[in-house]
Design a protein around this ligand. Sequence first.
Ligand code: TPP
Ligand code: MG
Length: 584
Amino acid sequence: MNTESPLVPAPTVAEQLLRLCADAGVRYIFSNLGSDHPAFISAFARLQQAGLPMPEVVVCPHEMTTLSAADGYAMVTRQPQLVLVHVDVGTQNLGASVHNAARGRIPAIVVAGLSPVSCDPSVLGHRNEYIHYTQDTSRQSDIVAPYMKWMYELRAPDMVEPVARRALQIASSSPRGPVYLTGAREVWDAPAPAVREQPDHWRPSALGGLPPAEALALHEALCRAKRPLVITSYAGMDPGVPPRLVDAADRYGLGVLELGPQYVSFPGSHPCHLGYQRNVLVDEADLILLLDVDVPWLASQVTPHADATLFHIDVDPLKTDLGYWHFPAQGRFQASAAQVLAQLLALDAAPALAGRAQRLEWVAAAKERVALRIPPAPTQGPITPAELTRAVRELVNDKTVVLVEAPSHATLIASVLKTDRPGGCYLNHGAGLGWGINAAIGVKLASPESEVITLVGDGCYLFGVPGSAFWVAGACGAATLTVVYNNGGWRSPRHSTALVHPDGPAERHDRYWVASGQGVKFEALAEATGAALGFAVQDRAELASTLRSALEAVRGGRSAVVNVQLAPITSQSLLPSTAQGDQP
Ligand SMILES: Cc1ncc(C[n+]2csc(CCOP(=O)(O)OP(=O)(O)O)c2C)c(N)n1
Ligand SMILES: [Mg+2]
């Protein structure tokens, strides 16, 4: 063992944290540095010079990239990475990525410095710049408090090891989530104590299955059911789920709906897959098994049949991070879906098989009824989202990982791609736009052999700070393909307005103020980083060949962005040349 392994004291607390994390398997530190980080920057340099293990530093021009890339990495590996940001302002710039990590149950260790407090020049790291006064907000962690699974200030150098281990342990325990660690500049630069703990005493806690009687009750209910429906969106977070859910669906004859599938939980082409649409079949099923899902239907749109038997099994069944939340269930359990499925499969198959044919009949008929009818490509007019997605599907192979952040096209995209392979497709489970092009970096770093294709709305693309995302992708060799569903703005807020005011003035006059980014050359933004190739296409005759050329560039090691022009969602212009004449 190297004499400077984590078992001997590091020169500083910051270095000890890096070494402990490296030792625990953390591969990357997605960072955006500032005046709070001299101890970290010195530690990076010293560890590098000494040839000692440390997480690889990925410098990110914008904080949205840091946590979103860690998010993508964790979706593939379920492993937390380090995110290093600058005091209050860097924490604020994490922005929506904090919400996404929380809602996605993403393990990540977010570390932010605190301004130094000492004014004594003999104290290493003391206050010596004016910003140390203005950045010393009294409640820095409040900025992210509603979203963090755990927060702690490293108050004394002595604590670095147990605090680092506890941060890793909490972030990695089910339900996983981000944690936030702070420490004043002097603390990070203080000498580190010796490492004392045994790493295997700090393993994450794991969830079990159901109490045996409850597993039996669920099994019996499934055997009695005639129209059983499973609804899931993130059960596939546990790689043990997809094969067992297939076995259970085959054995009992269960229909499975995947809603906003954060992970692939069930193969899209399986005969029991009932698609990706919310609010369907809920009122028809006589048994509903909610399996790792946050919003199984919209209570204002549909309710389960009064006689339905309702079970809910979830890593996080009460969603205590959410405000108002309730979906009915007679049996609700915090449990591992993979283990519950294994329990069911270990029970007597005969009664399950007895009613299976009848259940499968319902599944087949239901599938036909709720199938999303996807129109064929027109011969004229702009490229449609459906034909674009079909063209993307042509690029998919065994190595493809698709990331989807296309708000108003997400159901269509899932329905066209019908991803079979676990790990073949990921969605942001949060609502903070800008995730996709940054998460792609983490996905590619976590699985260098994969071909990552990110499907984004034009709005999501801009929210993702493309100048940061593509520069980082270039700097760390994480080349991916991005396809922009460019409908000239934000279709989603328009849709929301039309849902509330279907005949309102906005609808009557086509005035929505959603043509954000109108006319932007999205591909050029990526190209300007010097790390990506840009393509633009509006002619359907060139769509397939352009996508293929872009993918070839990615295979050659360069990121590529294809800006695909779809029909614009509004005739309103927000550009100055026409704005005056644009008033209704
Ligand atoms: C950070 C953030 N800001 C604003 C919103 C509100 N919002 C939801 S969807 C959407 C539009 C996204 O535009 P685009 O990616 O082009 O998708 P489209 O709606 O056109 O399909 C907006 C602004 C949000 N969810 N997150
Ligand atoms: Mg759009």
